[in-house]
Design a protein around this ligand. Sequence first.
Ligand SMILES: [Zn+2]
Length: 106
Amino acid sequence: MPKKKGMECVCGEIAKESHTNIEGYKVRSWKCKKCGEEYIDSSDAEFVLLASKTRKNPIKARVGVLGESYIIRIPKEIAEIMHIAKGKVAKITLAGPNDILITVES
Ligand SMILES: [Zn+2]
């Protein structure tokens, strides 16, 4: 996402780059000091919607086997929103007896 320093507000003023919190997630936004309007970054908003949806209803994936390894497929909608691509490095952490945390480099 290209960095934008300012964005023209509906009132004509330049809204300044800021951050806000939606459902516990830090999202990029632009706030207008003149009229108080706030614009949320659309890709961040999309991420929060999907993250919130998966927290309420986790996506189920069946464990498969490929040679000597166990595999779990990452749904396309998650891969796309997180910019996961072939060749990226993922770090796997055992987060609990039934939890695996997978962190993909950005
Ligand atoms: Zn404004």
